[in-house]
Design a binder for this molecule. Structure first.
Ligand SMILES: *Cc1c(COP(=O)(O)O)cnc(C)c1O
Length: 401
């Protein structure tokens, strides 16, 4: 990395800082041949459950596995409809499909980019009917709607109180996609306390992909839950349907977290709270530097939300122009995500069209993720914001704020 460049993400520094402790994990695994399962996985699961304040955490092979196992263990069946949002990573909907269910979408909130509870209500009241057996049926697909997957996008929790209220009213399972939100908090007025991501649904899914707030040195994920039966089922699903070796209650998957990743994750987990705080400080830093700058819409942080800024996403009219300008200045950026899921080629057969989810579509054209990682310096942030201001001065007519 050259001194003058600002990377989108620095995955090297935190690992170099912890090199000795991380190397010890490899050493221990090599000398005990503990590669899959065993105490390293159990210890990490206990530590991660404690971090999330849930009773159980089940280590799995990836965040995608975690979403799939969380859905299946919570009671979603083949043929069901699971409602989620179109502006998420495709793993959310891929996992829904892999569970045998069909994803359907509701649009997001213009300011938080998370599931809009009013759109969810409209979907449940107007786009569904109750059949003779009393089941809530999607008019679109004539299948029973059984679950909702709110995604805590960019590290900010979805507005869970109204979502949970609707879930209760319509008897739906809630599975949180918390893959970007390790440690994020939401003040529940209903429960009258701050709730951590992963504690509010029947189950939740976390990813430990290297770039996530807590990342493995490879692949990993976890299902969290307070429900013992859901935890047991998730354990069976990740391990070929066996609770006892070679006694298979169901045919399932190889979706285990390996012991080396668990050991590495346990070391890194000790720094997660501090890293999340540094991300929040960096977000506040961007806020100061870009505050009241006409032409840039900053991330919206409601009073009842403590996001962990997995990503720092701004909006500008000429997003592609700004991204190019920043790239020329040696500044890395990302777009999360450029094509809404309902318009992806993978879902072309499902009959959605441009205009179906306008808030998501507008966001996709104007959002830009700025460099965000715990070790980013004030000087690096100033380089980013100076470059943005320079670009906006060149193009005042494009202001949208
Ligand atoms: C990363 C991510 C996933 C999938 O996690 P993997 O570990 O990459 O399988 C799922 N949902 C969201 C929102 C994600 O960001």
């Amino acid at each position: 990395m050259s001194v003058s460049n600002v990377p989108f993400l620095d995955l090297i520094t935190p690992h170099v800082e912890l090199e000795q402790e991380l190397t010890n994990v490899f050493h221990h695994a090599l000398h005990t041949a503990g590669f899959v399962g065993g105490p390293a996985v159990e210890n990490f699961e206990k530590a991660f459950a404690s971090f999330c304040t849930t009773r159980y955490a089940v280590g799995v092979g990836s965040g995608t596995d975690a979403v799939r196992f969380a859905l299946m263990a919570s009671g979603v069946c083949a043929g069901d409809v699971v409602v989620t949002v179109p502006n998420t990573f495709i793993a959310t909907t891929a996992a829904i499909s892999q569970s045998g269910a069909l994803p359907e979408f509701v649009d997001v909130d213009e300011r938080t980019y998370n599931m809009n509870p009013m759109k969810l209500q409209e979907y449940l009241e107007r786009k569904c009917t109750i059949d003779d057996a009393g089941r809530l049926m999607s008019r679109r697909s004539a299948r029973p709607v059984t679950a909702i997957v709110p995604v805590h996008l960019f590290g900010q929790m979805a507005d869970m109180d109204p979502i949970l209220e609707l879930a209760e009213r319509f008897n739906l399972i809630v599975v949180e996609d918390a893959c970007q939100a390790h440690g994020a908090q939401y003040f529940s007025r209903k429960q009258n306390h701050w709730c951590t991501a992963g504690t509010m649904g029947r189950a939740a899914a976390f990813s430990f992909y290297p770039g996530k707030n807590l990342g493995a040195c490879g692949e990993g994920g976890a299902v969290t839950t307070n429900d013992e039966a859901v935890a047991l089922k998730a354990r069976m699903l990740r391990d070929h349907g066996q609770a006892r070796k070679y006694y298979h209650d169901v045919e399932a998957y190889n979706g285990r977290l390996d012991a080396i990743q668990a050991g590495l994750l346990e070391v890194k987990l000790r720094f997660l709270a501090e890293w999340n705080q540094l991300r929040q400080q960096a977000a506040a830093g961007y806020g100061d530097l870009l505050d009241s700058q006409i032409g840039v819409v900053l991330p919206y942080q409601p009073m009842n939300s403590k996001p962990v800024y997995h990503l720092y996403v701004v909006r500008v009219a000429d997003r592609d122009g700004l991204q190019k300008h920043l790239a020329q200045a040696g500044i890395g950026t990302g777009i999360h995500y450029p094509i809404p899921l309902h318009l992806q080629k993978a879902y072309a057969g499902l009959g959605w069209k441009a205009g179906d989810f306008p808030v998501t579509e507008r966001a996709a054209d104007t959002i830009l993720s700025l460099p965000m990682f715990p070790q980013i310096t004030r000087e690096q942030q100033e380089r980013v914001t100076d470059s943005i201001l320079q670009f906006l001065l060149l193009k005042p007519e494009l202001a949208i704020a």
